[in-house]
Design a protein around this ligand. Sequence first.
Ligand SMILES: [Zn+2]
Length: 358
Amino acid sequence: MIDSHIHLRWPNDLENLDMLRQSIGAQNLGVVSVIGKGDINDNPALYAAKAAYPDELYIFPALDHAAHFSGGKLSTPTMARQIDEMVAIGADGLKLIESKPTHRRLVDIPIDSDHYEEMFARLEEIGLPIVWHVADPEEFWYPELTPSWASGRGWGYDRTWPSKESFYAEVDSVLRRHPKLKVIFAHFYFLSADLASAAQLLDSYEGVCLDLAPGIEMFYNMSKDPDAARDFFVKYSHRIVFGTDIEAGSSEQEAVIRAGIVTRWLETEDEYRVPEDADYTLGPPEDGIMRGIRLPKDSLANIYINNFERLAGPQPKPLNAELALEQSHRILEEIEAIEGDSEAASDSIKRLEAVVKK
Ligand SMILES: [Zn+2]
């Protein structure tokens, strides 16, 4: 199986990440980078990861918004140029989180604006897949329904925030202009409570897939009518991708629980709850009941392996460590210029330097 959606921030978690990979029974992982105001993005750590585990790790670097974060003091390559850079380094795809409310506020540029237009044209032209986080669970827009672990992280949106629909509208205008984009929408595009809309999306755009990384609400929503969920998953088994959202620094127990929640739902007809020892973003056991949909073997093979390989290739692209090092140095300089947190970038550079010297 391939876990398409894993996070890595600290290069020191790399060996732990490989242990987690084996513990959950994944032959490959897709590691995604996240933009941040203090550290620009996790790209240097992803490059160090690929240098260490070239056959196991696919990487999805993020964009560099240092020009924006520095108020125009720094200049960075255009968004399209950044895609070319990434490809030359050996990226297997792009991670976009600019359409999650908090990160949209950070960058403050609509995803369907001219700023990104050339980039999407390039992505469509070269067929580079995007792991794309858009919006958030519905509940986050209703304070009385927002789980405390989410509001505690600032993921609760009152009326000063854009609506969930406005994020879909922006993405829709991108897809209409670039209907051949290859996209894995993270967390089932937060449409688990509305499978009709999910079907409509998949029917409209042939390059679009949905990943299963919790958002635990996804499984509660779809467990309300397991038969309808099973029909959907069989019909669209070529458009759904396994993922977990595991953090590289997680304990083995947390990772195994997280992956097991997803695989148990796909493979069995069990009724079960989140185990007590799950990581806190899965919420407590009393939040809901999951009812598995026990998919046939061929559907599982599509979801676990085939769809991801169709999008990202049968094996990870080779890393150009020199170019990776070059971009990592630029990111480190940018972090220093904005007085951010440079620890992860400089540790990653040390690891990349060791590889380049060999
Ligand atoms: Zn994620």
